[in-house]
Design a protein around this ligand. Structure first.
Ligand SMILES: Nc1ncnc2c1ncn2[C@@H]1O[C@H](COP(=O)(O)OP(=O)(O)OP(=O)(O)O)[C@@H](O)[C@H]1O
Ligand SMILES: [Mg+2]
Length: 287
């Protein structure tokens, strides 16, 4: 072997071979909740939204949260994002506490977050292109590169031709796709997504499921996603975390071991259907 090949082989051995299925690294924890509780004070009194939630999200893992409306999924996601301070317990980002006496610590993990909220949260006076490229602008990326990236992302999420439109000119599903493109604009290492596909029609939703799987692999991203669709959860997840309501607690964690990349024919497999059935019956018991 000539020296150059030897060098390439040595480097190669440290990486996954090209085209290898993405594997999550549970040993390398990216975000962790330890005994987290959250209470809100409202006019109706005290609401205990979460109680004693412990969850660790590994590097490149795809975790999906499911549970009935109001069981605390959004609250949990916002706590992971460092947007909400927990009433009890600890949040660790890359092994270190996120909250300190003086407030939130600036951590690398939080710096590389892309968030898709339950509502699109677009700026109405910005075009689609400018909404998508906003995180890049805030990071000082030049205009030409911002535009190129926004166009590429519009294509990815099926919005080509709408780059110059304003949010008010789009449907709800299209606005949500702008929000997804915006979250992806600076290639975040961690994606937190709150029902990102809830407003999409079934066909677009299926397409976005495949697309998201591909994006997560291409960006080597860690993903935590909330959905009401059990089928979507099982299709996308490495682990499905089911929350039970009032107060929100982790009821079960289901390992979904299907190899990647996954295609929709997976859904015809008895094992897939069995997991879906089991999760649905757990949800029914919560009713
Ligand atoms: N800022 C807040 N102030 C007071 N109560 C809140 C606040 N945010 C959430 N809650 C309460 O906490 C509980 C959990 O809310 P959360 O939005 O996390 O639920 P969810 O699982 O995301 O529901 P959905 O599936 O409908 O989106 C609810 O009872 C809600 O009323
Ligand atoms: Mg919610």
């Amino acid at each position: 072997m000539n020296p150059q090949d030897a060098k390439a082989a040595a480097v190669g051995s440290l990486r996954e071979p090209p085209g290898a299925p993405r594997t999550s690294d549970r040993a390398q924890t990216e975000l962790e909740l330890i005994g987290v509780g959250k209470e809100f004070q409202s006019r109706q009194g005290r609401i205990e939204a979460l109680r004693d939630v412990s969850l660790s999200v590994g590097r490149r893992e795809f975790v999906v949260l499911v549970g009935r409306s109001g069981c605390g999924k959004t609250t949990l996601l916002r706590i992971l994002a460092g947007l909400v301070h927990p009433s009890s317990g600890e949040v660790l980002a890359e092994g270190r506490p996120l909250w300190q006496a003086g407030g939130r610590r600036d951590s690398d993990a939080i710096g590389k977050l892309g968030i898709v909220f339950q509502d699109a949260h677009l700026f109405p006076w910005y075009t689609v292109e400018d909404n998508i490229a906003l995180p890049l602008k805030l990071r000082g990326t030049g205009r030409a590169e911002r535009r190129a990236r926004a166009h590429e992302l519009c294509e990815r999420v099926g919005l080509s031709g709408f780059e110059r439109s304003y949010p008010r000119e789009l449907s709800g599903g299209m606005r949500q796709r702008v929000a997804i493109a915006r979250a992806l604009s600076y290639r975040p290492g961690i994606l937190l997504m709150d029902e990102p596909f809830g407003a999409l029609d079934a066909l677009t939703r299926d397409k976005m499921n495949l697309e998201l799987q591909e994006i997560a692999a291409a960006f080597d991203a860690t993903v935590v996603l909330v959905t009401h669709s059990i089928r979507e959860a099982v299709f996308l997840a490495d682990r499905v975390v089911l929350l039970s309501p009032r107060p929100g607690r982790i009821r079960s964690v289901t390992e979904v071991g299907f190899p990647r990349p996954r295609r929709f024919d997976l859904e015809a497999q008895p094992r897939f259907q069995e997991i879906v059935r089991d999760l649905r019956s757990q949800l029914d018991e919560e009713a």
